[in-house]
Design a protein around this ligand. Structure first.
Ligand SMILES: [Zn+2]
Length: 66
């Protein structure tokens, strides 16, 4: 599990793998924290692309494309 997000600004992919693993994307627009425990993230919702979550309501659902 864990929350994996991609920043729509810098295209950096960030993932929190531990409850104390707080990660910013390269440009600092978004962050993720909490690992499997509580999956916290933040930033402008329009800058966030959800890569691993099933309930993804962003407009770009191309998580398996590379
Ligand atoms: Zn970014």
């Amino acid at each position: 599990m864990g929350t994996k997000l991609q920043c729509n600004k810098c295209k950096d992919i960030i993932e929190s793998k531990d409850v104390h693993h707080f990660v910013w994307c390269k440009c600092g627009a978004i962050f993720v924290d909490g690992g499997d425990e509580y999956c916290r993230y933040g930033g402008e919702i329009e800058d966030i692309k959800f890569l691993d979550e099933g309930d993804d309501d962003s407009e770009n659902k191309n998580r398996d494309r590379s």
